[in-house]
Write a protein of this length. Structure first.
Length: 158
């Protein structure tokens, strides 16, 4: 009985947190993201990852950005992966009038390392990414870090 109550409290807590983040959105400015993610295993150690996204200021209309990014990754071990990718981004500024929108294009060449850990029931993913960015003929670089935690709610393992 106590386990059921704890699980129920977790679900209610997640629901409350999600409501707080959604309540900050204005109904008239609610946009949408259309995402495709695909993994293709070329061999036990080599994988191709494809991602594309279309983001809009309002559902279906008034495009904000569009991008496509393929990655080729090599799994040195089950806990360590390196990859290289190329990205193409097309962005538009927000405007009610389509003639006032400004479009920019960006190309990126990306090197990435991913580390995977498991601590008790929690799976942890670290991603370190180095990007060579080319935006309107000007180039620059940046480093990005992401940590992702996976915590199972109903089962002991992810």
């Amino acid at each position: 009985m106590q386990r059921i109550v704890i699980k129920l409290l977790r679900v209610i807590g997640i629901f409350i947190v999600s409501l707080q983040s959604v309540s900050g959105q204005e109904a008239s400015k609610l946009g949408s993201w259309y995402v495709y993610n695909g993994f293709i295993n070329l061999s036990p150690k080599l994988e191709l990852f494809l991602e594309s996204q279309l983001r809009t200021w309002e559902p279906i209309t008034n495009i904000q950005n569009l991008f496509f990014r393929p990655y080729l990754s090599y799994n040195y071990t089950p806990d360590f992966q390196v990859g290289v990718g190329q990205e193409y981004h097309m962005n538009w500024t927000y405007s009610e009038n389509k003639d006032d929108k400004v479009k920019t294009e960006e190309y990126r060449i990306t090197l990435q390392v991913m580390l995977f850990q498991k601590v008790d029931r929690v799976s942890i993913q670290h991603r370190i990414r180095y990007e060579f960015r080319f935006l309107d003929e000007a180039g620059n670089q940046r480093t990005r870090y992401r940590i992702q935690l996976g915590i199972p709610i109903t089962d002991k393992n992810m």
